[in-house]
Design a protein around this ligand. Structure first.
Ligand SMILES: [Zn+2]
Length: 416
């Protein structure tokens, strides 16, 4: 298949201007964005995106989850399209680029093809997945999850926000509940451009992250039960200290994660101590262990060692334990062909690149289950994301979009 010429580039100014224009909708209080899913602001952002798509000659389809699909016809309309996109919704205190870059980068791919008069055999569809963030309505990656058959549509419609409003009703209220059945589309390949949301690319001064895997995760909620007793008058050998048990488990989780470098991570972020009083030895602690790895075997091995370790720790301290798995997500291995298309594009364009594992979840992680998928990442300042101070440079954005452009166009096959 013909690769696009190495001097083909997207229009960097237009991409940046579009990002800034979208950021005016649902401004945050500190320079970022608050454009949470199925709010009025989300509706307004969708209208702007739709206007831009129509001006670029694309035809808009909307499914029952509100996901937007803007299609540029191929010379063979019977072929399955190449999909490209991400999400326009943000965290309540979100940035201007998380998700948005992937959607508007996809739009820029199509605008550039129009400028250059390039036709592709496969249609290209620019996509805005509904509710990627999951902050207003859990879970995250909701619409792509329903699309991939992982989540149940009727079930997520009934999910409520803090004010008790239902997702399905809010989607309808903002006017973006489409009629197309979710998951009916055939996808030739899906490409998602996203900011890294981590510090590696910037630290190493690298333009492009070629995402080969997505981290799998397990959340283990642990309850340790010892005995509440006076901190002053209880002799040390008599104590059954659930706080000490928790401390040892936290240390253990850290050590085990360190044994599986460079990719595994582990921490305890949620901790509760009972009765949480200065002069009472903690009788009970409840905390959640979060472990992640791109390899299922590693994740299972970490899980096994943690359970063994907790048993040993608790026996030594004469306390009881209970372990519940309260969350799990299998690691993702992205499609070798799509990953290669991204790496080849970076190479051809002369951008420095390295392989990355995505630590966060993305729509691409679900779509990878139903279609060949891969992700491109660009650096972000200090690795900061889910924060209004999230920042990228115009050069980083356009390098990422250039790579996206080449990968998408090569996969959609240029018509000579
Ligand atoms: Zn995102």
């Amino acid at each position: 298949m013909a690769a696009p010429g190495e001097n083909l580039r997207i229009n960097s100014d237009r991409l940046w201007d579009s990002l800034m224009e979208m950021a005016k909708i649902g401004p945050g209080i500190a320079g970022g964005n608050n454009r949470q899913t199925v709010t009025d602001e989300d509706g307004e952002g969708r209208h702007l995106f739709k206007r831009w798509c129509e001006a670029a000659g694309l035809e808009m389809g909307v499914d029952e989850m509100g996901t937007m699909f803007a299609r540029r016809e191929g010379t063979d309309p019977s072929l399955p399209p190449v999909y490209v996109g991400s999400h326009l919704d943000t965290q309540p205190t979100g940035g201007k680029y998380d998700g948005v870059l992937g959607v508007l980068g996809g739009l820029e791919v199509v605008r550039s093809l129009n400028d250059l008069g390039i036709k592709t055999k496969h249609p290209i569809v620019v996509t805005n997945w509904t509710n990627e963030e999951g902050s207003r309505f859990a879970p995250a990656m909701m619409a792509s999850g329903v699309f991939a058959g992982v989540l149940d549509q009727a079930d997520v419609y009934a999910h409520t926000d803090k004010a008790g409003k239902k997702f399905g009703e809010e989607l309808e209220r903002i006017g973006w509940k489409g009629t197309e059945k979710v998951g009916d589309r055939k996808i030739h390949a899906f490409f998602e451009l996203h900011i890294e949301q981590g510090p590696i690319l910037e630290d190493e001064d690298i333009d492009i992250g070629v995402v080969t895997h997505g981290q799998g995760l397990k959340w283990l909620q642990v309850t340790l039960t010892g005995k509440e007793a006076h901190t002053g008058s209880t002799p040390m050998p008599k104590r059954r200290n659930a706080g000490l048990g928790m401390a040892r488990v936290i240390e253990l989780v850290h050590e085990i994660a360190m044994d599986y470098q460079p990719d595994a991570v582990g921490a305890v972020g949620h901790m509760e101590v009972f009765p949480n009083s200065r002069n009472i030895i903690a009788g009970r602690t409840v905390f959640t262990i979060d472990i992640r790895s791109p390899e299922k075997e590693v994740l299972d091995a970490m899980d096994g060692r943690i359970r063994e370790g907790i048993d040993t720790i608790c026996e030594a301290l004469d306390i009881q334990y209970k372990i519940e798995q309260v969350g799990a997500f299998d690691p993702v291995t992205f499609d070798a062909g799509c990953v290669k298309a991204i790496r080849d594009a970076a190479e051809r364009l002369g951008y420095s690149h390295r392989n990355l594992v995505s630590g966060a979840g993305h729509d691409a992680c679900w779509i990878n289950r139903v279609a060949p998928t891969a992700m491109v990442m660009c650096p972000c300042v200090d690795g900061l994301s889910h924060n209004e101070a999230e920042e990228i440079s115009k050069e980083w954005a356009s390098a990422g979009a250039d790579v996206l452009f080449h990968a998408v166009v090569e996969t959609a096959v240029i018509v000579e």
